[in-house]
Write a protein that binds this ligand. Structure first.
Ligand SMILES: [Zn+2]
Length: 89
């Protein structure tokens, strides 16, 4: 078991397998900001949840909890209907 870790730099065991490189908090972004419902007019927030082409990120990718992912889904679909975000073709 320890053989796996000390093969790389500096022999610090938690250096590599530590997943907290860009996921410090385990709560979703909207839970942290105590947002109850994601606003479909808030394009800045919605842009972070979709790709450049307007495709939605998965829950794993966006880091949202189930409740806020559903809320984001509704918000993005509404924003698409209003022409704020492109449809995926
Ligand atoms: Zn949440």
């Amino acid at each position: 078991m320890p053989k796996r870790f000390d093969s790389r730099r500096s022999g610090k065991p938690t250096d590599r397998k530590n997943k907290s490189r860009y996921r410090e908090q385990n709560k979703c972004r909207f839970c942290r900001e105590k947002v109850s419902e994601i606003d479909y007019k808030d394009i800045g927030a919605l842009q972070k949840l979709v790709t450049q082409h307007g495709k939605m990120f998965s829950r794993k990718r966006s880091g949202n909890c189930a409740r806020h992912q559903r809320s984001a889904q509704r918000a993005i679909k509404r924003a698409r209907f209003l022409g704020l975000i492109p449809y995926v073709t």
